[in-house]
Design a protein around this ligand. Structure first.
Ligand code: 13P
Ligand code: SF4
Length: 303
């Protein structure tokens, strides 16, 4: 990254009382620039508690939306409004309504990777780092988990005492990883531990030594006595893994998992939105009011 861009961003941040939030899947240069880097749960908490006036959110649209819903008086800028998460759209209000008619006292549990419109029809949000804890804590016996079938199935396995129906959405990047690809890496790197995100297929999770959110995977690798790891999630985490543990080895399946939407965030675009104020996230009041309820409930139940 050019020093000049970095200097201009630093100056504008001070001038506008702005902070930069970035997800672990963003490119290295964006993570290096950010004031806060983390998984989606951590970034939602930062968005709720920051005293900055402007948040530049380097992630995908559901993350920027959630930040705005949680903190509406702040300006939330996204470096690229086209950065979206395919899975966030993979559920429907019609199916939710159908499920509510079918199951009494149903709780609709909505993975935070979903549109604000879907959150409006949900009872509680979760992220990959708190989904099991929150589903266990709910008083409801019947659960409809949207939109991700893999995270939903993982939760279902961990909470067998509840009736959990899982929607059929998926993350294309995580779903592309197969057991055969993981086995090929294990053969090349005997002794390496497999650390996976719960958005992976169950056949990949079955081969894993540890399953957790991006932040959990990073923490596990840092604290583990093992020297080498096969990482089954998006390759952006490699930046933090390597900076935390430069003496450890990290491997990825082939082809390497890469979320093109997360990579839309660049230092140049951060500078542009800080300069112009363009790409502000706007959410109609009624949607914001309704979508806030499941997000707030998540923050409460995850404590
Ligand atoms: P985390 O909640 O682990 O950050 O994951 C978000 C995500 O988009 C995974 O694909
Ligand atoms: Fe969405 Fe998958 Fe990209 Fe995560 S990696 S933001 S779930 S498309």
């Amino acid at each position: 990254m050019k020093d000049d861009i970095k200097r201009q961003i630093e100056r504008l941040k001070k001038e506008k009382n702005a902070v930069i939030l970035a997800h672990y899947y963003c490119e290295d240069a964006v993570q290096a620039l950010a004031d806060f880097v983390g998984d989606s749960f951590y970034l939602a908490k930062v968005a709720k508690s920051t005293t900055a006036d402007v948040l530049v959110f380097c992630g995908v649209s559901f993350m920027g939306e959630s930040a705005k819903i949680l903190n509406p008086e702040k300006t939330v800028l996204m470096p690229d409004l086209a950065a979206d998460c395919a899975m966030a759209h993979m559920a429907s209000v019609e199916r939710i309504e159908e499920m509510r008619k079918t199951y009494p006292a149903l709780a609709v549990v909505c993975y935070i990777n979903s549109t604000a419109a879907l959150k409006c029809h949900s009872d509680v949000c979760v992220t990959s780092s708190n989904a099991v804890k929150i589903v266990k804590a709910l008083p409801n016996q019947n659960i409809f988990f949207i939109p991700d079938e893999n995270l939903g199935s993982f939760v279902k396995e961990q909470v067998p005492e509840k009736n959990i129906v899982v929607n059929d959405g998926y993350c294309p990047i995580h779903k592309a990883m197969t057991a055969a690809q993981v086995q090929a890496e294990k053969k090349k790197h005997p002794g390496a531990l497999v650390l996976s995100h719960p958005e992976c297929r169950s056949e990949v999770l079955a081969l894993s030594d540890y399953i957790g959110s991006t932040a959990d995977i990073i923490k596990y690798a840092k604290e583990s006595e093992a020297r080498s790891f096969i990482i089954c999630t998006e390759v952006g985490v490699d930046y933090r893994l390597r900076s935390d543990s430069p003496d450890k080895a990290f491997y990825y399946v082939t082809p390497c998992p890469c979320c093109a939407d997360m990579k839309r965030n660049t230092p140049e675009k951060i500078l542009e939105v800080l300069t112009t104020g363009k790409n502000a996230v706007e959410i109609p009041d009624e949607v914001r009011r309704r979508a806030l309820l499941p997000l707030d409930r998540m923050l409460e139940l995850a404590k």
